[in-house]
Design a protein around this ligand. Structure first.
Ligand SMILES: N[C@@H](CCC(=O)N[C@@H](CS)C(=O)NCC(=O)O)C(=O)O
Length: 225
């Protein structure tokens, strides 16, 4: 890595999980050197990258700081928690055990139960072995984006802890996950109807530079960049 940045992020312009890490780094003002892994060319399944993450998925984060472990960190939510522990301000989790569990639960609905279903590896399997054509794949994407976001909408609309953001009036990792799904839906030109609270919070997030700068459209390698 040639840059003097402490962190190296293995990334690709349009990925949802990498976007989460980008937003967290931006919120905390942490410099990063990005190393491109071309998902469309299948680089995530190449021998070199599988040494970094045997799961063949990004993000992966390496801490090149003095005395830091050289082992790459993977999985966006543990990476967010790692950054939050190293750089506590602004906090990505609220105070209080119940509040923290709520935020982690909202985040997991999207990062754990929604996003993995629409990843390139699932697409590769369904359109190869599974016999899906493009229309069936698109219907699949719409099905799982809708299921996750409508369940999230129901919770956000009903639970009194919801504020300007998913939890109160400060950004948490739940907002980062919410935005990470909407930005990637835009890349695929998919819209889900009937999620007004989700879209209100998305608009609020996008007023913040940390989110705006992380948008897939502005990343190196994006079609318009
Ligand atoms: N649960 C993981 C998901 C990682 C993941 O699936 N990343 C996608 C990009 S958003 C990927 O690299 N996919 C490669 C593939 O599916 O082949 C996380 O949150 O980091």
């Amino acid at each position: 890595m040639s840059s003097s940045a402490r962190f190296e992020l293995f990334s690709y312009w349009r990925t949802s999980a990498t976007y989460r890490v980008r937003v967290a780094l931006n919120l905390k003002g942490i410099a990063v050197q990005e190393t491109n892994v071309d998902l469309d060319a299948g680089e995530q399944r190449g021998e070199a990258f599988l040494k970094i993450n045997p799961m063949g998925a990004i993000p992966a984060l390496i801490d090149h700081g003095p005395g830091a472990s050289p082992l790459p960190l993977t999985q966006s939510l543990p990476i967010l928690e790692f950054l939050d522990e190293l750089y506590p301000t602004p906090a990505l989790l609220p105070q209080g055990a119940h509040a923290r569990a709520r935020v982690r639960s909202l985040a997991a609905m999207l990062a754990g139960d929604t996003h993995p279903l629409i990843t390139p590896r699932v697409r590769k399997y369904l359109t190869g072995t599974g016999g899906f054509d493009d229309a069936a794949w698109r219907a699949w994407q719409i099905q799982w984006f809708s299921t996750g976001l409508r369940a999230l909408e129901q919770r956000l609309a009903q639970e009194p802890e919801t504020g300007d953001f998913c939890h109160g009036d400060s950004v948490t990792m739940a907002d980062i996950c919410l935005a990470s799904i909407i930005v990637v839906m835009r890349v695929f030109r998919i819209e889900v109807e009937g999620i007004p609270t989700v879209m209100r919070i998305m608009a609020r997030c996008e007023q913040m530079e940390a989110f705006a700068k992380a948008d897939p459209r502005w990343q190196a390698g994006a079609p318009s960049a």
